[in-house]
Design a protein around this ligand. Structure first.
Ligand code: LMR
Length: 328
């Protein structure tokens, strides 16, 4: 009897051991710089949840928001080094890797987000997703945030109001040229530094979307926001070739489907979020929202649009034409 009990114990131990041998899920890190309550923040969380639901025995997605893991100066290098597997930088932050995506920064190019969407889904927009492949990166899809507004310490109604003022910009030469066109001083700074720069008045203003201005509390330290809708701030969800191509085919397909669904979710809420956050800013009474007359807006268009010519060769005239054609 004792012998039998011992045998059962050994068998039970073996079973336990074989269960224990099951490999732990691989960690996939998704790093970004914005708050969770934004289209990008929500998209990343949706991706995490879908992966947990569908393939959670093999992969676990960890989301790091608010530049917690890497700020925007470092996230692309971290991706290439394998320290993170997914990022979704603004399209304005890729100029070290491709000049083509600069098209998205051209001021007053898209009339509205529907036009942005049409361009992104067009053959020309889709081709731009692979413009970073030669640098070891893969663009897996576009994610919306929305149109940018101008915030400042003083009211900005016409371009002359921006003369001599310092504006924080993302790391984009097009955005630098856009502010130089109105005789302002552009400063390339990471997103994580913007609030302090504004609060301490080291800079006079910045450009961003309603959801970023609200979630990062820029409106609390910027008494004026001009509803200029002068450019777009969207993202490219990006991974590294090394990570992506090393995945087993079946797993890659499951991850891509989850990512596509998460992006669709982010895109579906982006416009609503923008409108709600605009309203939240209005309700706060902390910042005045300036609506431009057609004549005032036209002045910004006239001064900023010549920037297109400076970047036409780098971007490719055919890409710009396709983007313009999306404004039907
Ligand atoms: C910015 O730097 O202003 C934005 O790109 C932040 C973001 O990711 O939306």
């Amino acid at each position: 009897m004792k012998k039998l009990t011992t045998m059962f114990s050994v068998l039970a131990l073996c079973a336990g051991m074989s269960a224990g041998v099951q490999a732990a899920p691989d960690t996939i890190k998704f790093s970004h710089v914005v708050a969770e309550n934004t289209p990008k923040g929500q998209m990343a969380l949706k991706f995490r949840d879908l992966v947990a639901e569908r393939i959670g025995d093999k992969y676990v997605v960890e989301v790091y928001p608010n530049s917690q893991l890497f700020g925007d100066g470092k996230e692309m290098e971290a991706l290439l080094l394998g320290d993170v597997q997914f990022i979704a930088p603004s399209l304005s932050k890729f100029s070290k890797y491709t000049k083509k995506l600069q098209v998205y920064d051209l001021p007053f190019l898209f009339e509205d987000m529907e036009a942005v969407d049409r361009f992104q889904q067009s053959p020309s927009g889709q081709a731009l997703l692979s413009s970073v492949n030669s640098k070891g990166l893969i663009g897996l899809g576009y994610l919306h945030n929305g149109l940018k507004q101008l915030s400042a310490n003083d009211p900005l109604r016409v371009p002359a109001d921006a003369d001599g003022k310092k504006f924080r910009i993302m790391s984009s030469d097009v955005l630098a040229a856009q502010f130089e066109a109105v005789e302002a001083v552009p400063l390339k700074k990471p997103f994580s530094e913007v609030f302090t720069l504004l609060q301490t008045r080291a800079i006079d203003g910045q450009e961003n979307t309603w959801s970023n201005i609200y979630s990062k509390k820029f409106f609390e330290v910027q008494p004026y926001i001009t509803e200029s809708n002068h450019g777009v701030l969207d993202y490219m969800v990006t991974t590294s070739m090394e990570f992506w191509n090393d995945l087993p085919d079946d797993d890659r397909a499951v991850l891509k489907k989850a990512l596509d669904e998460a992006v669709a979710h982010g895109n579906a809420i982006a416009n609503d979020k923008a409108m709600k956050d605009r309203q939240n800013i209005l309700d706060s009474g902390r910042s005045e929202i300036i609506t431009l007359t057609d004549a005032e807006r036209q002045q910004w268009v006239e001064v900023m649009k010549p920037v297109w010519d400076q970047f036409q060769d780098e971007i490719g005239p055919e890409v710009i034409e396709a983007a313009v054609a999306s404004n039907q």
